[in-house]
Design a protein around this ligand. Structure first.
Ligand code: FRU
Length: 727
């Protein structure tokens, strides 16, 4: 036993007691040799350089630091002394390697070589490890880490703990360094499979520890994601996610994860030809019936919206393996009518956990300006943000089914994201409108002849995330157009765009309110219609295997109003194909006496309401649809849908509205589409009632129609499987 180990043992009374405890509990732990537990009043014989480590071990969490946990005893090495910017180094005295494993608790920043613990033999670093955190959030937890040092037994070694990193996660935490017969903590567990079935089913438990899964084919990493992996054997599965093995069909694959050394978690993954719970797909209790949701996992922004040869393509930000945001893939669905959606295999996979596929858009390159075209089909080109590289281009020659990266990626490198592509006919150039953070929060415009070479043109200030830019005729007159520029929050500017610069007419306006974000419009729409879909942000489905929905497809138009041209949003006509006959209620030209319910006794589940009501003397007109209130307040001049309200000037005293009720939301379009509201609402299954009441006076119903809607899924679920097999 080296003298260092001896001194530390004597100095650290707490450890002596712990050793005694271990000795009684079992023989193995008693064999461990303590290198350092940092429980003394100083670092003892360790050499201290710089400021980051202070003069003595830290007593837990330091000022301004998140809660530090997972260390042993009362103290640890914590280089957050003076915050993240301080640097320094701790070096141990020499000691002899006497056991096959060197184990320690490790936490802090992941900056290999900069925030790290190193083992040196003959002055050379032979082992190194860095902390786990490299992004905001994270946790100040220390976990066991073990080095296999068999080959060095009998040699003299030193340990250094280094903090040479300033800024975010520029610190390292270490505690309890021991020599041991056995490794401690996590180990890389590998399960080998042959991809001879279509899917790999993955058990998920919300809130379980996130495990990082890496799938390799030989040395090459082919998939890398994190997942709240459930212990399937313990029956703790909330839902089964799936990984599509088709792109890896027939391959021999290694599934790797760092797990507690004896973990059997990977045994719970199952190969199968069918989707998990295939029979119940789209038949789940809370599955929205005419809003797009993903079969499994999380979705957010719509991406790559493009129409091509009979198909509307909807890609979307997607975590296929979790109920919450993460692992950003591009999910993919197509529709022939904007009503029935068929989910297809993943469009874009993230390259790794640290290089995700964030939002972007797609176009049809009809003239093959890019030169990417290989076959008979027009080539589709998309732009997306690779979080590790910048704005990237990919193309598809098979109707959007498979995508290939442009080998010159990234095409734009800057601080920003969410590239929006469009063709500018006058300048015969492609345009990329992209969110930029180089000079505040802006939308930046680039131009390109071929979708590969991009030139910066200008920027428009005060916008955040997910830009869209469209040219719309005013009142349908193609000779009179204006450009509309908007971003994720739906606020927009009307103005002119010459292919290089956007010049606004006036300030920002807004059509959409409520649970609505990051919308996009389809490029190459067949009939010149401008069709938009947004993310129904906050429309959550607790207890379901999926989360969040898209809003319905709306047609955007630009109409002249007293205050200038403004956008209007109305549900696309195709949605009416879901109406079942006869209507639940149909009223024409009838007085609505104060306090009388015009929908008394009416019931519905998926409901489509259209109404024109003359307010008359009424102060308020109130609908209640399956427990959600829609209220027009004459004094305030506002329309409210659930908790969201917007100003709505009436046209000749008449309130017009359309409301669509699904299992997760109510969407309202009022004033001919001058106001649109998406409100998250999950009615109880037996909450089917409806009412329409005038308050403070009588009103008059000019027209009122209420329809029950069919599900958009039933027709497609079988078809969906058929297409999947074909692919
Ligand atoms: C908007 C957004 C985008 C980003 C994406 C990531 O909701 O934050 O800016 O590309 O989501 O999922």
């Amino acid at each position: 036993m080296s003298s260092l180990v001896l001194t530390v043992r004597i100095a650290a009374l707490s450890f002596a007691i712990a050793v005694l405890g271990f000795a009684i509990a079992g023989a193995r732990a008693a064999d461990d040799l303590l290198v350092a537990d940092f429980e003394g009043e100083s670092y003892g014989k360790w050499k201290v350089e710089g400021k980051a480590f202070g003069a003595a071990p830290a007593k837990g969490t330091l000022p301004e630091q998140m809660h530090v946990e997972g260390y042993e005893g009362k103290q640890l090495v914590n280089s957050f002394v003076g915050g993240d910017d301080a640097t320094g180094r701790l070096t141990s005295p020499d000691f002899e390697i006497e056991r096959p494993w060197l184990c320690f608790l490790l936490g802090g920043g992941h900056h290999p070589g900069k925030t790290c613990i190193n083992l040196l033999i003959d002055g050379k670093t032979v082992r190194t490890a860095s902390g786990p955190n490299d992004r905001p959030g994270g946790s100040e937890r220390l976990d066991w880490h073990s080095w296999d040092v068999k080959e060095f037994v009998g040699k003299s070694a030193t340990i250094e703990i280094v903090d040479a990193q300033r800024g975010g996660w520029g610190h390292i935490n270490v505690d309890h360094i021991v020599q041991s017969e056995k490794r401690r903590g996590a180990a890389k567990i590998v399960r080998e499979i042959v991809a001879d079935k279509r899917y790999l089913h993955l058990p998920v438990k919300n809130g379980a520890v996130k495990r990082v899964i890496t799938i390799r084919e030989g040395e090459a990493m082919v998939r890398n994601f994190d997942i709240e992996l459930a212990d399937a054997n313990a029956g703790e599965v909330d839902f089964w996610a799936f990984l599509d093995l088709q792109p890896l069909a027939g391959k021999r694959l290694a599934i790797e994860a760092v797990l507690p050394a004896d973990s059997k978690l990977l045994d719970g993954l199952k190969l199968a030809d069918a989707l998990p719970s295939a029979d119940a797909m789209y038949a789940e209790a809370q599955r929205p019936q005419f809003h797009f949701t993903s079969r499994r996992g999380w979705l957010n922004d719509p991406n790559g919206m493009v129409y091509y040869d009979g198909e509307w393509h909807l890609f979307y930000q997607h975590n296929p393996y979790g109920w919450n945001w993460g692992n950003m893939h591009w999910g993919h669905a197509v529709s022939r009518d904007l009503v029935q959606w068929e989910e297809l295999p993943i469009g874009l996979y993230p390259r790794s956990l640290g290089d995700m596929a964030f939002s972007g858009s797609a176009v049809v390159d009809k003239d093959n300006t890019s030169g990417f075209k290989t076959g008979k089909e027009d080539v589709l080109v998309l732009a997306y943000t690779s979080t590790g590289r910048g704005e990237c281009i990919a193309y598809s020659n098979d109707r959007g089914r498979t995508w290939h990266e442009f080998d010159g990626n990234p095409v734009v490198k800057h601080k920003g994201r969410d590239p929006r592509l469009l063709w500018h006919a006058l300048t015969k150039r492609w345009v990329m409108a992209v969110y930029g953070e180089n000079q505040g929060q802006t939308i930046d415009f680039y131009s390109s002849p071929d979708l590969k070479q991009w030139k910066f043109e200008s920027r428009t200030p005060d916008f955040f995330e997910c830009p869209d830019l469209v040219e719309l005729p005013i009142d349908g007159d193609k000779g009179k157009t204006k450009w509309v520029l908007y971003a994720a929050d739906g606020k927009y500017l009307v103005g002119d765009f010459d292919g290089k610069k956007f010049i606004k007419d006036s300030g920002k306006h807004q059509v959409w309110h409520g649970d609505f974000y990051a919308a996009q419009t389809f490029t190459n729409s067949p009939d010149g219609r401008c069709v938009q879909i947004g993310w129904g942000r906050n429309v959550a489905f607790p207890g379901m295997p999926f989360n969040q929905q898209m809003t319905i497809s709306v047609q955007l138009t630009l109409r002249s109003t007293k205050v200038g041209p403004r956008m209007f949003a109305e549900p696309v006509a195709e949605l009416e194909s879901l109406r079942t006959a006869p209507p639940i209620a149909s009223v024409k030209n009838a007085d609505l006496a104060e306090g009388k319910n015009a929908l008394a006794g009416k019931q519905g589940e998926l409901v489509d309401v259209t109404a024109t009501i003359s307010l008359g003397d009424a102060k308020r007109v109130e609908f209640a649809l399956r427990g959600l209130d829609i209220v027009y307040d004459a004094a305030a001049g506002t329309i409210a849908c659930g908790k969201y309200a917007a100003l709505l000037p009436l046209d000749e005293g008449k309130l017009t509205l359309r409301a669509l009720v699904d299992r997760g939301s109510v969407e309202l379009f009022a004033g001919g589409g001058s106001v649109a509201i998406s409100a998250s609402h999950r009615p109880a299954a037996d909450e089917r009632g409806m009412s329409l009441v005038a308050k403070g006076g009588a009103a008059r119903i000019e027209s009122l129609e209420v329809y029950e809607l069919r599900s958009a899924w039933r027709a497609t679920s079988a078809q969906s499987n058929a297409t999947l097999k074909k692919n």
